[in-house]
Ligand binder design. Structure first.
Ligand code: GDP
Ligand code: IMO
Ligand code: MG
Length: 439
């Protein structure tokens, strides 16, 4: 029997590499019938741009602007139902009716209206004793904690008769926790805001009941066995992985492609290509150490402005750094990426750029990735020509400036032993702003 396959797209840096754009780009090949989110929640912000239309999806898969593509939300996802319903509505207003092609796993987890408050409360606690993680305040940590503690509500629960009872037990537990944060750490509980959040949540739950909630693993296997191919959509990125990122300054799910199978409920034998996405430089939002950060503040601001480096979810300015090959090699090794997208090749503002090729601890070059990034005392850099010239919107490899071409060759050479292809290079935010590089 002819079987389909699953390809995956994951971020290789600290998020916001342009995954949404590349997923949308891959769909134009016509080989995929669906896009599936397998982990994370509305902490993601994936931008897709087509002409005048810009859409930022937090929870809906990035196939939403392609009318014949099915959209899957897997069991590994924590669903912010208010965001989901609002995105479906926004898309409908834009002329994209996504509800009939959206399938949500009955085993996906439900973010409750109190999880974001608990997220803020725990950040408040951290700020008292040290440093915050700088979360997106979407309740991600608290809901995944509840999943591990086997308390969280499943999407399928909303269709069962004992949902209200289960919800009441969980909410009571959450309110007790919030009171603990108030008493012990002085976290202010705003009852009006909680009431407002609950009302919105209940309203969204009523809408959620009308959507297609199903045994998604069964549906995906049926599609694969019918020869259909699926694209798995990573959120966040390898450096934010709960096990292999810079713990604790990470998100609360496994972002690595190894999690695709668990987060969708399919055997690993269906996995084929793993696409990794990077920018020509690096950005990071939130707390934690960022070894490759550009030290010249004015230059960092220039990158921030030219690259429009402001969070798609929270609007926070993203810190900007040089391309970090030490972290990238670590990320490629962990994820098994064989094809790479490089975005933002149109953004270069200095004649000379640095590239981080190593990390040092107490003056000594590290061979392995450190347990904690704050152990890094210094970075080893190489200085090369900036990838200058006007490359915005370039769609043809032959029209690229010679500096950009040599920057790409430099990166390729530095990754040569890892056997990865640079398949496409982004030169602007639009879905057709890219050129093919390796064959
Ligand atoms: P994601 O979270 O990985 O999907 O990325 P985001 O959407 O959060 O951030 C990427 C930002 O870069 C978005 O504003 C995109 O529109 C934009 N973008 C993506 N690729 C390019 C590119 O090649 N050049 C430029 N200038 N912008 C890009
Ligand atoms: P996409 O999919 C960039 C970061 C937050 C914070 C840490 C934990 O758009 O690339 P969380 O809310 O998950 O508990 O926050 O992870 N973070 C992201 N940074 N892009 C993202 O998603 C992110 N999702 C979470 O800034 O440092
Ligand atoms: Mg993003």
């Amino acid at each position: 029997m002819k079987k389909g396959f699953i390809d995956a797209v994951v971020g290789l840096q600290w998020g916001d590499e342009g995954k949404g754009k590349n997923i949308d780009e891959l769909l134009s090949s016509g080989i995929y019938s669906a896009v599936a989110r397998f982990h994370g929640g509305a902490n993601a912000g994936h931008t897709i741009k087509s002409g005048n239309l810009t859409f930022i999806g937090h929870i809906i898969p990035s196939g939403c602007l392609r009318k014949n593509i099915e959209l899957y939300i897997g069991n590994g996802v924590v669903v912010d139902v208010v965001s989901l319903i609002s995105e479906i509505k926004q898309l409908k207003d834009l002329g994209f009716n996504t509800a009939p092609r959206l399938y949500i796993s009955n085993r996906a987890k439900l973010v409750s209206y109190l999880h974001p408050f608990l997220d803020q409360a725990d950040e408040h606690r951290r700020s008292k004793g040290g440093s915050k993680i700088g979360t997106t305040s979407r309740g991600i940590g608290p809901v995944y904690s509840d999943v591990r503690a086997r308390k969280a509500l499943l999407i399928g629960d909303i269709l069962l008769s004992d949902f209200e009872q289960k919800e009441a037990i969980l909410s009571e537990f959450h309110i007790n926790l919030l009171n603990m944060y108030k008493e012990k750490y002085g976290f202010e509980i705003n009852l009006d805001k909680i009431k407002e959040a609950k009302d919105k949540w209940m309203e969204a739950l009523n809408e959620l009941k009308k959507l297609q909630i199903c045994d998604l693993s069964f549906l995906i296997l049926k599609r694969l066995n019918a020869g259909k191919n699926i694209l798995a959509e990573g959120a966040q990125a390898v450096m934010l992985d709960i096990d292999f990122g810079d713990y604790p300054n990470v998100t609360s799910s496994n972002t690595l492609p190894a999690n695709v199978c668990l987060g969708l409920g399919v055997p690993h034998t269906y996995l084929r290509d793993i696409y990794g996405v990077i920018k020509a430089y690096t950005t990071k939002v939130g707390g934690g150490t960022f070894p490759a950060r550009i030290k010249d503040e004015a230059l960092e601001k220039l990158f921030q402005k030219a690259g429009n480096e402001f969070g798609a979810t929270t609007g926070r300015p993203r810190m900007c750094g040089w391309l970090d090959l030490f972290a990238l090699r670590h990320a490629i090794g962990l994820s098994g990426v064989n094809k790479i997208f490089i975005n933002k090749a149109d953004i270069c503002l200095s004649e000379k750029v640095k590239v981080v090729t190593g990390y040092k601890k107490a003056g000594k070059a590290l061979k392995e990735f450190p347990l904690y990034l704050n152990e890094v005392s210094d970075v080893v850099t190489e200085e090369i020509s900036g990838w200058g010239g006007d490359n915005f919107g370039v769609k043809d490899k032959k029209k690229v400036s010679k500096e950009l071409a040599s920057y790409l060759k430099y990166i390729k050479a530095k990754l040569a032993d890892l056997n990865v292809k640079i398949i496409s290079v982004g030169t602007g935010p639009d879905r057709d702003h890219f050129f093919k590089w390796d064959k």
